[in-house]
Design a binder for this molecule. Sequence first.
Ligand code: 26V
Length: 804
Amino acid sequence: MQIDKETLKKDFKRKLTALYAENISSASAFHKYYAISSLVKDYSSEKWMNSNDNYSNKEKKQVYYFSMEFLIGRLLGSNLLNLGIKDMCKEALAELGIDLDELLEVEHDAGLGNGGLGRLAACFLDSMASVGIPGHGCGIRYDYGLFEQKIVNGYQVEIPDNWLKNGNVWEVRREDKAVVVKFGGEVTPVLENDRLSFKHENFEAVLAVPYDTPIIGYKNNTVNTLRLWSAETIDKDFDFDSFSKGEYTKAVEHKYSVQSISQVLYPDDTRVEGKILRLKQQYFFVSAGLQSIIRTYKKMHKPINKLDEYIQIQINDTHPAVAIAELMRILVDEEMLEWDEAFKITTSVMSYTNHTILAEALEKWPINIFKKLLPRIFMIINEINERFCKEVYAKYDDLNIVHDMAIICDGYVKMAYLAIVGSHSVNGVAKLHTEILKERELSKFYNFFPQKFNNKTNGITHRRWLLQSNPKLADLITKNIGQNWIKEPIKLINLLSYSKDKNFQDKIYEVKQANKAQFSDYFKSKHGVTIDPNSIFDVQVKRLHAYKRQLLNVFNILDLYYRLKDNPSLDIVPRTFFFGAKAAPGYYLAKQTIKLINTVADLIDNDQAVNGKIKVIFLENYSVSLAEKIIPAADVSEQISTTTKEASGTGNMKLMMNGAITIATLDGANVEIRDQVGDDNIVIFGMKKDEVMEYEKNKSYNSTEYYNKDPRLKRILDSLVNGSLGVPTSEFSDIHKYLLANNDEFFVLKDFASYIDAQNKIDELYKNQGKWREMSIINIAHSGAFSSDNTIKKYARDIWRIVK
Ligand code: 26V
């Protein structure tokens, strides 16, 4: 279907009337947003249907990305872009007196994720559709996404994110495709015709209702599906049994207990809390997803033992790892396959991505909780474990190794081990991360299954993170190297020949300045605060975690502040330090760090002596849509995690793609960014991998030594507890204690001096604008290597065995 401006205008007016009985002059911005979005969905529907038909007619291999999180953000802008009708739509609406940009701002972010892992899933969906891979998302339709952050008196306050309040125009509820998921109860083995089967009784049955969202590929007619499951009681409102016995409240209680399964996204992305509800969420969507996949597969009338030739499932971290046991259950209990054959098929279908080595994030479930909630699944994992332990023993003849590798051990079910044993592929998300997994965290498994391990460095969709969020830069690029880079982002490399071109350098500067001015205007109108667009925009945006070391950034700011106080004529380029970060609601140290950032911001704001030289801005409620605003305006990208701790990072790639210069440790994908741009075009500091590992092994670090020998550190740390920051002396005593008495787990003090040097280097480089702009161009030129299109093609080829 070819849509032109006149058609769109007519359709839009009709839609507005059909939906709301309104015309343009009376409709609110939200109604106009909803009407245009509904129209965009209509326009994509035929392509969606055709893609589905095409997949089933041609019996194409389907990929399912199983993830607890999909951090989608807004969809109107990206859908218009991918359908190739954005400019036309903007003009058409303008002719009706409507500003498309205003409508884009009305959309509520779909914030169904915590951070990197969830956003990666969203980038992968966009790339699978755009590259033309039949790949779909499977997850949970949370009623509440990641909390909204408010800053009150410098502290984070969490507000529930009721994102569905005004309806979600993009989704289609498919009640006819609902399935039943069973929890609890008892399982008894019964012998039937010489075969053991398992009778499951007294379980709680929950209805899983799918909501489908179209995932539109970039100008290629492909529309894939994101299927999110919502939990409902089977009889909708109440349990009739209880109701008819006069137990009205019990009936209603049951309804709410079932709905709670898909009510809220867990906001903690590091520390595992053994919450039963989270395990319930995991099994809920995994079981629903698998049941619907198998049902569709069986409609093709293919033999069940060929499942792996048609279905591939990627499990995003260990959260969906119960999928391995659930598929075994379906194959053995329902499809009557023998164990060995079922296991071969299961491992051939499943693959697992690891996203962290932080010990506290490795999921393990207490056996008693697990067994009670998922009795049959537990039996299956037990069987997988026993067989695996036998193999390990046969190979090494060493019970200690068996103990270290057992899936069920010391009272826990270890999800990462299940994921490895039950998959044919285990991948890390950056070269360094994969090496660490192989060498240290999972070395025993690597020795046992070397062929399973591989690296897939993360990526980002350049459509959202450049084309859509930074149109000025995208236009400038196209003007100079043509538009091939849009379909083939690796072609951005052609910008290299312009890196020393004075004229192009000036243009790059103009674009950056325009983006900075635009951000400053936005911020002024929203918060009433003035930001100097001529200052360096120094940006650290990511979740708040000790290992990401926002504290190190704050310490540099305090040091700079003291230097300016001591020497008012210190010659530095004015700088605005931006932080955007949500802390997990129960993560005290992270929340105190937010208070510290805001305290330092106030201290600086209230000091005439440094006004106009430095400023600190805490960006409240950092989210996908806010990222799309700040990243195009950034000059400096802060990627300062303790080396070995950040599995990859993806913000680093987004900022690079938008021309920011990275200040970084050689951690995660920063290493690969350095390899791309070369040492001269990135500023590296801090401890290296081997050094960190050495200190950790020997436990030889002593943070107090650094406090004692560096007067700058002494001054900063003392200021936390001597009242000089303008807050009571007790306010930051726990941060102080964490760094000194508790020995600074992430080496903030150790890396401080080298970080200050690196920051001074940034200042020097910025003063040399010719050099700075050249660096910026070189970074943009190499950023095509980090397009998630490339990443996803590698998953398709190496893991899913799809030839493209
Ligand atoms: C872990 C947990 C632990 C249990 C409680 C809930 C919860 C929720 C999420 C997670 C996952 C944490 C892992 C994670 O987000 N890793 C990040 O993945 C990014 C994409 O691969 C990567 O760029 C980041 O470096 C990595 O920290």
